[in-house]
Design a protein around this ligand. Structure first.
Ligand code: 4AD
Ligand code: MG
Length: 463
């Protein structure tokens, strides 16, 4: 018998069809008249399909009445219209095959409500919950949108390396990759000799694919990379992961204003697609997690982002009359509380802050005429704060070399990056959007660890 997905079987158009449905039991309820209702989920929608199983099934007493949450089965029968609340259809089973049992005594998800914190201990089972299933669908939809947005504008998808020798952000927050026997070296009190290591030099997990993306942008025009990035920063917050996914476009001949447009367009495209394709999931987040997400997403799609220089943002903060934990002062980085004040109270929508002081931004950002600021831009949103960081790039060899010196970086180590400025240099710009921050924003999930399947944070890499 032909298989149908729960999402399609719930549609009234399926009524009258003989179909097989397969999935995992969410609940079983027995009725007095000698039949049972089984709520089945297969991941294709938030909602379940109700299966009506009656006592005439050969395995009704021996198996059906023992079904518990987590059991897997296939059921065949006719899809009929349903009198039940919140469902157009149900399947009247003529045969049910149980694939796997789940002992209610030991199945962790037997109990309905666990905290998200508790669920992290069962990262291998939590995708079976409503919330994590919905997050997975929204995350998938966002990823698809990202590719569509760039592909439709003729960007090339470039696969930048995961293992690299250069520190893009210059912040020294990299995980080292080595095959040296560190324990043996420690026992002999010998320092590691990286000339003897796998790559014959120190190597790391990448913090960003930007520098490599720039090599392709300055050859092929418009490119993007989209992959995992790694940061060994020891920040145990609800917005930081040690492993996260970043999409990074890089465009030759773009300057900062076009870079802002590209970023704003990307965010709106993702939100629009998620509202269109994941309506049921967003309604769920709006009802259960954060009752502002639906209105916020719809509002953002329809209105332009505010653009404000760092200097004006500082002035706004200083004149706010607000007592902050960190007093805002020109030259200092914006703290989370400052970002929140700007996006949630002063401006009340997404804000692109640009032209930051040169001292707090990486070496590759283009220095402005004033000499004090660089062509940086951060896109800030309410609650989550920064979801995009980017800039116009420094294309002048002499200024770039000087900036590296300022930040204690050795230009020799970046010889290939400097070559891009030696040979046919062009103005160019790009940015990085953190996928998890975006998913967090769209779903209203309070902790970033709940919007990635297997979160890596300080002290956590169990699965
Ligand atoms: O601002 P960041 O550090 O920018 C860069 O890495 C640039 N090289 C990007 C570029 O211009 N191509 O990071 C970009 C974004 C942040 O705005 C944030 O959304 C996300 O990546 N991000 C993190 N997300 C989760 N956990 C972390 N530890 C993150 N660090 C940055
Ligand atoms: Mg940043």
């Amino acid at each position: 018998m032909q298989r149908i997905l729960v999402r399609d079987a719930r549609n009234a158009a399926a009524i009258g069809q003989q179909r097989r449905i397969s999935g995992w039991v969410r609940t079983r309820r027995d009725s007095k008249g000698g039949f049972s209702f089984i709520e089945l989920n297969d991941g294709t929608s938030l909602a379940n399909l109700q299966i009506v199983a009656d006592a005439s099934l050969t395995n009704y007493e021996s198996e059906i009445k023992r079904l518990a949450p987590g059991c897997s089965l296939s059921a065949e029968g006719e899809i009929k219209s349903s009198g039940g609340k919140g469902q157009a259809t149900e399947l009247h089973a003529s045969r049910i095959v149980v694939h796997g049992w789940a002992d209610p005594e030991t199945y962790p998800l037997q109990k309905k409500h666990h905290s998200f914190e508790k669920l992290r201990e069962w990262a291998h089972l939590r995708p079976r919950t409503n919330t994590l299933g919905a997050v997975a669908r929204v995350r998938n939809c966002a990823s698809r949108s990202i590719h569509n947005y760039f592909q439709e504008q003729d960007f090339l998808y470039v696969h930048t390396p995961i293992i690299t020798a250069s520190d893009c952000e210059g912040a020294g927050e990299m995980f080292k990759v080595t095959t040296l026997d560190l324990e043996a070296l420690a026992k002999q009190s010998r320092p590691p000799d990286y000339a003897l290591d796998f790559f014959e030099r120190p190597a790391f997990l990448t913090v960003s694919g930007q520098l490599e993306a720039e090599t392709y942008a300055t050859a092929l025009g418009r490119v993007y990379t989209f992959g995992p990035t790694f940061r060994a920063e020891n920040s145990n917050t609800s917005r930081h992961l040690a492993e996260f996914w970043m999409v990074e476009p890089e465009v030759a001949f773009n300057e900062l204003p076009e870079n802002m447009e590209l970023a704003e367009g990307l965010i709106k495209r993702i939100f629009r697609d998620v509202l269109d394709r994941c309506g049921e999931d967003i309604a769920f987040f709006n009802e259960r997690i954060d009752n502002t997400v639906l209105a916020t997403l719809t509002g953002i799609v329809e209105s332009p982002f505010e653009r404000i220089t760092y200097t004006d943002a500082m002035a706004l903060l200083e004149s706010s009359g607000r007592k902050f934990d960190y007093q805002p002062s020109w030259g200092q980085d914006l703290q989370a509380e400052h970002e929140r004040y700007l996006t949630e109270e002063a401006i009340k929508r997404p804000v692109i802050v640009y032209d930051y002081p040169r001292g707090i931004k990486p070496f590759y950002m283009r220095v402005n005429e004033d000499g004090r600021t660089v062509r940086a831009m951060d896109v800030l949103v309410p609650k989550v704060g920064e979801i995009i960081g980017g800039s116009q790039r420094e294309e002048r060899l002499d200024v770039l070399t000087q900036r590296m010196g300022e930040q204690g970086l050795n230009p020799d180590a970046y010889w290939w990056y400097l070559d891009l400025r030696r040979f046919g240099t062009v103005p160019h710009a790009g940015f990085g959007l953190g996928l998890e921050r975006v998913v967090q924003f769209m779903t209203g999930m309070a902790n970033i660890r709940d919007v990635i399947p297997f979160p890596r944070t300080p002290g956590n890499a169990e699965f």
